[in-house]
Structure formats: structure tokens, C-alpha cells
Design a protein around this ligand. Structure first.
Ligand SMILES: NC(=O)c1ccc[n+]([C@@H]2O[C@H](COP(=O)([O-])OP(=O)(O)OC[C@H]3O[C@@H](n4cnc5c(N)ncnc54)[C@H](O)[C@@H]3O)[C@@H](O)[C@H]2O)c1
Length: 250
């Protein structure tokens, strides 16, 4: 049984790099068409190359996930490519700041992108998935939505990710009867541009805190995303899948 339907369409936010780009590669290699959304400042050269090389219909759209109307307009355009059956919301930012002094602006910026942005995308994706008879959404949360990272101060990020895990459950319940499954996936430390600037000593500590002793590669996140989107997960909804090399089990 094919896990995904070739020719059907996926919406991917944060598609330009990191986990989002790996998700686009995993989907397009299976013949899925993609609407790639990312911030207007993002360099979309690589994701455009990936889509062209796979030979699938695609759109690359500049949108800030904080702009609800722009997100709705971009996601609505994804239906130009065919029936929309899949959505993966990867867009996100981290901000390392001490909680005692975090500014109102920085707190709000992280919540706006990492939580509100996911909710706005899900709302827009609900409409196009419904129009094509249902489908599946995966929201990229984080193990930081489950645990507090030792030695890392990013309370806004953790709060947003815990929110993503729980809002995904709420949407799963609300939309189950409409044939839309909603799950979240919580990565552990993963090798992407987001983690590229971690100091070597800190990286070594994060690795030693992970039972598997290393960071994830992006493909190791993208493949479980494909599982959650596909037919093999047809009875999975309202779940959060930890993909963290065992970090949260310790
Ligand atoms: N890398 C990790 O260790 C790790 C661990 C757990 C969870 N995550 C989560 O995985 C997701 C992807 O992270 P990544 O590591 O690939 O990061 P990344 O920084 O490499 O990629 C994030 C993408 O999101 C886009 N983006 C940021 N703000 C945006 C906005 N306002 N509007 C539209 N797009 C925006 C960026 O342009 C970028 O392309 C994030 O939600 C992140 O929190 C990452």
C-alpha cells in the first residue's frame, strides 16, 4: 500500500530550509505536489530546485505565518495544484532569553510565530482539506513542549510548543468527523540551520544528554512525518510523536 497519494497536494510551511525542506524532499520524492510557504525574507532557491528536480507541480509562496489573511490566501492557492490532502506546519523560531528580563515584544514574537502561526495555518488548511474530502495535518512541535531543556532559557518557545501539542489535540477532536486527522511531532535536537550556531561544548553536552548520543538528521524527522500523513496512520489522530533519540525517556 502506498503511504501517500501521488498527485495529491501538500502544504508545507517553513519549507525553505531545515526540517521543512526535508519534508518537501520526502513528499516530492513520492510524487506529491507541494505548496511551499516561507517568510518573504527566506532564500527559496534550494526548495525550488528540489521541487523542479522531482518534476512535481509546485508553488513557492512568500508569506509570514503571523499574517492570517496572507496565510489563508497562500493556502487557498495550493488547491490550484490538485486535491489538497496533506499539510505540515514547520515554520518556527527560537529565542534564547532569560525569563526575568524577556521583553514583551520578544515574548509576543515567539508566541505569534510558533503558536498563532500554526493555528492560522491549520485554519486555512482545514478549508482546503475539507474541499478535497479530508486529509491529515502534522504540526511540528518540540520536545521543549514536554520538558525544560537543561541550561537553555527559552520559556516563550517552550510555552508555544506545549501549546502546539495541545491545540493539535483540540483540532483533532473538532475535525475528526470531517475526516481531517491532526497530529503533532516533537523533534529532539536536530541538525538544521536553527541549531547550527550552538557552541561545540554545548552541542557535546546536548548529545551526551540524549540516550542515542547524537542529534537527529532532518530525514529522521521527515520520515515519521510522512508516516503520520499517510494511510498507515489512518487511525492516528490527536497524538504527539516524540522523535528525540530517547531524550524525554531519561
Ligand atoms: N532543529 C531542532 O533542533 C528542532 C527541535 C525541535 C523542534 N524544532 C522545530 O522544527 C521546526 C523547523 O525548525 P528548523 O530546525 O528546521 O529551523 P530553521 O530555522 O532551519 O527553519 C525554520 C523555517 O521557518 C521559517 N520561518 C520562520 N519564521 C517564519 C514566519 N514568521 N513566517 C514564515 N516562515 C517562517 C524560516 O524562514 C525557516 O525557513 C520549527 O518549528 C522548530 O521549532 C526544531
Amino acid at each position: 500500500m502506498q503511504d501517500l497519494v501521488a498527485g495529491h497536494v501538500a502544504v508545507v510551511t517553513g519549507a525553505a530550509r531545515g526540517i521543512g525542506l526535508a519534508v518537501v524532499e520526502a513528499l516530492t520524492s513520492r510524487g506529491v505536489a507541494v505548496a511551499c510557504l516561507d517568510h518573504p525574507d527566506a532564500d527559496t532557491t534550494r526548495v525550488t530546485e528540489v521541487c523542479r528536480a522531482a518534476g512535481v507541480p509546485h508553488l513557492v509562496l512568500a508569506v509570514d505565518v503571523r499574517d492570517r489573511d496572507a496565510v489563508h490566501a497562500a493556502v487557498a492557492r495550493s488547491a490550484e495544484l490538485g486535491p489538497v490532502s496533506y499539510a505540515v506546519n514547520c515554520a518556527g523560531v527560537d529565542s534564547l532569553v532569560q525569563s526575568a528580563t524577556v521583553s514583551a515584544e520578544d515574548w509576543k514574537r515567539v508566541l505569534d510565530i510558533d503558536l498563532d502561526g500554526v493555528m492560522f495555518a491549520c485554519q486555512a488548511e482545514h478549508d482546503v482539506l475539507l474541499a478535497s474530502g479530508g486529509g491529515a495535518i502534522v504540526n511540528i512541535a518540540s520536545m521543549s513542549g514536554h520538558i525544560v531543556n537543561r541550561g537553555v532559557s527559552h520559556a516563550a518557545y517552550s510555552a508555544a510548543k506545549a501549546g502546539v501539542i495541545h491545540v493539535s489535540k483540540a483540532l483533532a477532536v473538532e475535525w475528526a468527523a470531517a475526516g481531517i486527522r491532526v497530529n503533532s511531532l516533537s523533534p529532539g535536537y536536530t541538525r538544521t540551520p536553527m541549531t547550527a550556531d550552538i557552541a561545540p561544548e554545548l552541542e557535546a553536552r546536548f548529545e551526551s544528554e540524549t540516550p542515542m548520543g547524537r542529534f537527529a538528521e532532518v530525514e529522521e524527522i521527515a520520515e515519521p512525518v510522512v508516516f503520520l500523513l499517510g494511510r498507515r496512520a489512518s487511525y492516528v489522530t490527536g497524538a504527539d510523536l516524540l522523535v528525540d533519540g530517547g531524550f524525554c525517556a531519561w
